[in-house]
Design a protein around this ligand. Sequence first.
Ligand code: CAA
Ligand code: NAD
Length: 287
Amino acid sequence: MDHGIKTVAVIGSGQMGGGIAQVAAVSGFDTVVYDLSGDALKRCKGLHDKLLSRAVEKGRMSEDDVTAAQGRLTYADSMSAMDNADIVIEAVVEDLDVKKKIFSGLADKFTGNQILASNTSSISITALATSVGDAADRFIGMHFFNPVPVMKLVEVINGLATSEETTARTIALSDAMGKVAVPANDRAGFVSNRVLMPMINEAFYAWMEGVAEPEHIDEIMKLGMAHPMGPLRLADFIGLDTCVHIMDVLAEGLNNDRYRACPLLKQLVVAGRLGNKTGRGVFDYSK
Ligand code: CAA
Ligand code: NAD
């Protein structure tokens, strides 16, 4: 199926939004990345430039291709820059109310055939789609993985009202972005975070209960299970705030206390130790 997409808009220029925008631009799409925060947009552009230069050094892209990709990228602090988008991919904080507020503002603006997609890690697509009224058939979960330029998966989640056309176009777009789309049903955490996040949470319990030091927990999982990163390092990489949000969605959505976030994980978030993005989480990245 033809995805019919020329311009991709991404809301949120953090780790995920920035990665999605980079891959979209490299894949030939005109790309607008919008954020409330000017600093976040600046960091996003800086990271794009660095990663694209690295792609030239490594021989993965020519200088001309990088210049063309950079030319397709617009960094916007105003939503009006997204007016021509054929798809909007939202990648802001993992919070139902914040996301619904954003989408309710988009429903009036995008009344054609545009796809409204969320990169949510865990929140019900059907619940998010209630904020867009009649556009619920054009609403879908398009869940990328971190770091987006490296990870091949897009978990595709239909809401109750998502049309077959929207799903087919989203799969075709994922394909055009060099990703592999795999479907999952609309249950809290879908497949990926229903399986991953309890493992990460358990690693915090193991640390809290003194089963082993954090570096040893990670070493055991890396060397013993062939994971590329240990679960605590991975939690820092994802963002400890995001991990707590996902556990909250699992506990609420699956109505089971075994998904409650570990108190030690929550304490680090309260202390502002969110992982790589703040320079310190379980581990210290300031040096
Ligand atoms: N952005 C873009 N590229 C990146 C990157 C980033 N943030 N981090 C690393 N890379 C690239 C590097 O440039 C490097 O490529 P080149 O050498 O060709 O330039 C390549 O990845 C390998 O990087 P490194 O050699 O520095 O390090 P590594 O071999 O340890 O790999 C890793 C880094 C790819 C991140 C690897 O450790 C890994 O796969 N970790 C697990 C990641 C994972 O599980 N992600 C899923 C998180 S869960 C999620 O996303 C869903 C959710 O909802 C929470
Ligand atoms: P992040 O904290 O790195 O970035 C979020 C960005 O959104 C920030 O730049 C912030 O300024 C911006 N923002 C917040 N409110 C906004 C608004 N109202 N309008 C515009 N911009 C706004 O977060 P992230 O790690 O990129 O996660 C974003 C989303 O992606 C979350 O839903 C998360 O669950 C999901 N996700 C995260 C990962 C991961 O590994 N971190 C993986 C897959 C999916």
